[in-house]
Design a protein around this ligand. Structure first.
Ligand code: ZN
Length: 377
């Protein structure tokens, strides 16, 4: 039911954006969806500057409140705002060609300011393709090969389009942090721009709906089933092998005293650890099918605990759950591989496949097997 509502809402968003775009009569080829990206809140004023002449409108009535000249600093102030929100849009050029400086930082597109009970929420009004120019280089290194960056652009676009409205209660679509996708505004890397332009409008779909395109830094050798991380089975987020195994090795050591203390007084002192040996791609009772730690048994002087790999990762800030764990000489040593949750595309893996000559669509089909690449606009 919720899914139905969400899909209806998504279609509505797309249709209203189309209708709005139609009012403005842009060429069909330049149309793209707009995103409301929440930047920050809890302020009583925000300093702004636009790169071209703009109008300030009341988004509810669509009435123009005033004209804003280019390249002049101005302030939107809580005490002086008479409408529940204001939007600043270009007067003559397309939104994608406008840049807005918000509290000293440059962003693509315009701005929307929502007035709350006692403070303002500042939102970047960004066309999706421009937003991606800022996101792709934050989520993946611009030093990576073009085809890996193109795969990242499709994954990031799919995420943005699928999650429009995720922050509806906050008054915007998505936020600019790791909770959604990291976006720090204007960026201009040639290779990132190329990756975005060459995949314009493309998203991954599954059964006619936009797919979940989770990604992570490095799987360490094999990706993880989404069901083993977040509990829900998704047919295209299952373990796949990598070109390289045992990548991104890491070691972390803790004194037995420090280790034991993290499990509370009831645990006592650590006596032994029971965990099968890691083999990438081999599951067992205490490991998932990719080899990640499902659970480990910790024997203490007062109690024996069964702790999940995810809990261990959180408690000790481990880079991943693909690890071995040994207790000897008064020390607990974690030896692991990879970085991140392991679900979906491995960015390091995408890089190695791109270096091998794979195109972005082949890379995407490897990590999200069974999905389809679709051009939305
Ligand atoms: Zn968010």
């Amino acid at each position: 039911m919720l899914k139905k509502i969400f899909v209806t809402a998504l279609i509505f968003c797309v249709l209203t954006s189309v209708a709005f775009a139609a009012d403005k009569k842009p060429k069909k080829s330049v149309w793209q969806p707009e995103l409301l990206v929440g930047l920050f809140g809890n302020v009583t004023q925000v300093g702004l500057k636009v790169s071209a002449p703009c109008i300030m409108i009341d988004p509810a009535s669509k009435k123009t409140l005033k004209k804003i000249p280019a390249d002049k600093n101005f302030v939107v102030d809580f005490a002086q705002m008479k409408t529940a929100a204001v939007e600043i849009r270009p007067e003559k050029i397309l939104l994608k060609d406008l840049h807005t400086t918000i509290d000293g930082r440059k962003y693509f597109g315009g701005v929307r300011v929502n007035k709350g009970k006692s403070s303002l929420t500042v939102i970047n009004l960004a066309p999706v393709e421009e937003y991606l120019r800022g996101v792709v280089g934050e989520e993946m290194s611009p030093a990576y090969p073009l085809e890996a960056l193109k795969a990242q652009a499709v994954a990031a676009r799919s995420f943005a389009m699928k999650n429009r409205g995720r922050h509806e209660k906050d008054g915007y679509d998505i936020c600019a942090t790791t909770h959604c996708q990291v976006y720090e505004g204007f960026e201009d890397f040639d290779i990132v721009n190329k990756a975005v332009d060459e995949t314009r409008g493309e998203v991954l779909t599954f059964k006619e709906k936009i797919a979940d395109t989770n990604f992570h830094a490095d799987s360490g050798g094999m990706t993880e089933a989404v069901a083993d991380v977040w509990g829900t089975h998704i047919s295209y987020l299952v373990p796949v092998k990598e070109l390289l195994e045992l990548t991104a090795p890491w070691t972390m050591k803790f004194s037995a005293k420090d280790f034991s203390s993290r499990f509370g007084d009831g645990f006592g002192d650590l006596k032994s650890i029971k965990l099968s040996k890691l083999t990438v791609g081999k599951g067992s009772g205490d490991r998932t099918s990719s080899g990640r730690v499902k659970s480990a048994q910790l024997v203490g002087t007062k109690k024996t605990l069964t702790v999940t790999g995810a809990d261990l990762r959180r408690k000790f800030s481990l880079p991943s759950t693909l690890f071995d764990m040994k207790f000897s000489g008064g020390e607990v040593v974690f030896t692991g591989y990879g970085r991140g949750h392991g679900v979906g595309m491995s960015q390091q893996g995408a890089k190695s496949y791109a270096e091998k000559g794979w195109k972005y669509d082949k890379i995407l089909m490897h990590y999200y097997s069974g999905t389809k690449l679709k051009k939305l606009y």
